[in-house]
Design a protein around this ligand. Structure first.
Ligand code: A2P
Length: 264
């Protein structure tokens, strides 16, 4: 133990796994202890990983729990030949996991101009930063209505998001307000479901807005956060630009912000 601790680079701390949940053959989530000194803004990501011999093997992961929570939640895909996730998927409660000391990211409320409606558009594990923001009281101080979309290949992949939305009513901080403010819109692309199709097609065709009883993106009051694959981001970004929304950043808040969902 003492020699392990000595080998740790200064940029990480060694945390403990508190819980693990396997959602599908390709998706799992886990909860880590949170060091007292670890500060982040809901929606940010951080490096995490495992020792690989003498060296740490670290990847970026969005933090799926809010900034006020005692523990840190993460979602990860399982890649059988992935250097990190081939091992990370086997962690058990009590196991050590390395956590970076410097969370960062653009899917934060500070990077958006004031607005009334917030769209959180996600595919796959891109839902993770939104799991954090949906449990963040500031989200509801800044926005009257929040629309969460989650698109996955199959119905089973949607379970983590559906459960998260259901659990909002029991949340100690946002339980009173979130259920009335949040609209959850899930769709699948490779299996039948209530809604089917890519989020880009659902936006472009107007079906998303028609289903929600809305007119479309209004640059005056709508703000958008996007998290998915590079291709999903590029395509969704183009639709936002086409609707007259301007990209924001921490330094220059705007109408929409993007971040890649990390493969792990
Ligand atoms: P599709 O099944 O049509 O590829 P993945 O598991 O590959 O990351 O995909 C997660 C979800 O994101 C899938 O439903 C997938 O749809 C969708 N998707 C993939 N590429 C894009 C894109 N360019 N724009 C919007 N959605 C996409």
């Amino acid at each position: 133990m003492a020699s392990d601790a000595l080998a740790l680079p200064k940029t990480v701390t060694e945390e403990s796994v508190l819980a693990v949940r396997h959602w599908t053959d390709e998706l799992f989530s886990f909860r880590l202890t949170r060091p007292a000194s670890f500060r982040f803004r809901s929606g940010e990501f951080v490096l995490l990983g495992l020792m690989n011999g003498e060296k740490p093997l670290l990847r970026a992961y969005s933090i799926a729990s809010p900034s006020w929570d005692d523990g840190l939640d993460f979602y990860s895909i399982k890649v059988s030949d992935g250097p990190l996730t081939s091992r990370l998927q086997h962690v058990q409660p009590g196991d050590p996991v390395l956590l970076g000391r410097k969370p960062t990211g653009t899917l934060v409320l500070d990077a958006l101009k004031p607005g009334r409606r917030l769209f959180l558009l996600s595919t796959g594990t891109g839902i993770a930063p939104f799991a954090s923001l949906l449990r963040e009281p500031e989200t509801y101080e800044k926005f009257d209505r929040v629309v969460l979309t989650h698109t996955c290949r199959n119905v089973a992949d949607l379970a983590c998001g559906a459960e998260l939305v259901d659990a909002l009513a029991e949340d100690p901080l946002v339980g009173e307000i979130a259920p009335q403010r949040v609209t959850y819109y899930a769709s699948t692309t490779r299996e039948d479901f209530v809604h089917t199709g890519r989020i880009t097609d659902l936006i472009a065709s107007g079906k998303l807005f028609a289903d929600l009883g809305l007119e479309g993106f209004d640059p005056a009051s709508d703000r958008v956060m996007i998290c998915g694959s590079m291709a999903m981001i590029a395509d969704t970004k183009a639709l936002c630009e086409g609707a007259g929304l301007a990209e924001g950043s921490n330094a220059n808040p705007g109408d929409y912000v993007v971040e890649k969902a990390f493969a792990g």
